[in-house]
Design a protein around this ligand. Sequence first.
Ligand code: SF4
Ligand code: SF4
Length: 78
Amino acid sequence: MPYKHTIDNNRCKGCGLCVTVCPKNVLELSDEVNSMGYFPVYQARPEDCIFCTTCCIMCPDVAITIIKVVEETQAAEE
Ligand code: SF4
Ligand code: SF4
């Protein structure tokens, strides 16, 4: 997987905006509170994520990040 989707649980205030905008219905709100007393979002169906970044753009608290994962090369064999 060339990209990694991460959610900072302790920044999320459980507003649900990202859940609504995700075109693949990947996200759901947790039933466990975070350190701020909110129910944070999590990836309920990570295998369906297409890394479209819509959730990152929508989040008012910048709690979601998508980073590109650099694959290990075969440099060690050279
Ligand atoms: S990157 Fe796109 S598909 Fe993945 S969780 Fe966010 S909105 Fe949904
Ligand atoms: S939009 Fe941001 S603050 Fe709102 S539920 Fe999603 S991750 Fe949490």
